[in-house]
Design a protein around this ligand. Structure first.
Ligand code: HEC
Ligand code: HEC
Length: 117
């Protein structure tokens, strides 16, 4: 119980730190996170099998509309497309591309059924 609480707390703290460090990490300074950014939901499934590189993002094969409907997964929310100047882009913002920077697996995360990434 206490171990579980501790690892929960560590994950939450790590996620918060990442969130606050993101504005500094934006290379061109164009996409600083809003100060009152909400907490990203934890991932209920494991993520190690899902690759994210510059050219490939496995997360989007299930979480980007319209594919998300087939996968039974929530669509990436609007905030992931809307530039801080209010403009809605066609593609997910560069600062939202590396999903696992913000979305960490829950402590009890299980692999998705099917076992493929
Ligand atoms: C094979 C399909 C698939 C892939 C690939 C996948 N997910 Fe998921 N994901 C799901 C399903 C199904 C759920 C459970 C339904 C839901 O909450 O969307 C889920 C849930 C989530 C949630 C919880 C959403 C919420 O509001 O509670 C997050 C966050 C998430 N996934 C992030 C990711 C990230 C990050 C990756 C890549 C590392 C990823 N997913 C890859 C299918 C997938
Ligand atoms: C900079 C941090 C950040 C990054 C990077 C990020 N997200 Fe999120 N995400 C959030 C936050 C905060 C929320 C909750 C508030 C919201 O929906 O904007 C969220 C919400 C979600 C949800 C739940 C949507 C809902 O309707 O409840 C899903 C699914 C999701 N993100 C998937 C992804 C995927 C897939 C990626 C990578 C392509 C990604 N996110 C990248 C911060 C992030």
């Amino acid at each position: 119980m206490s171990v579980n609480f501790k690892s929960n707390f560590v994950r939450a703290a790590a996620a918060a730190l990442l969130l606050f460090s993101l504005p500094a990490a934006a290379a061109d300074g164009s996409e600083a996170a809003a100060p009152a950014e909400p907490t990203p939901p934890l991932v209920p499934h494991t993520t190690a099998d899902h690759k994210i590189t510059r050219d490939r993002n496995d997360c989007l094969t299930c979480h980007q509309p319209p594919a998300n409907e087939m996968a039974g997964a929530k669509a990436v929310s609007d905030s992931h497309y809307v530039h801080r100047n209010g403009e809605r882009l066609d593609k997910i913002l560069p600062t939202r591309g590396f999903c696992t920077q913000c979305h960490t697996p829950a402590p009890d995360a299980k692999p998705l059924p099917g076992g493929k990434s």
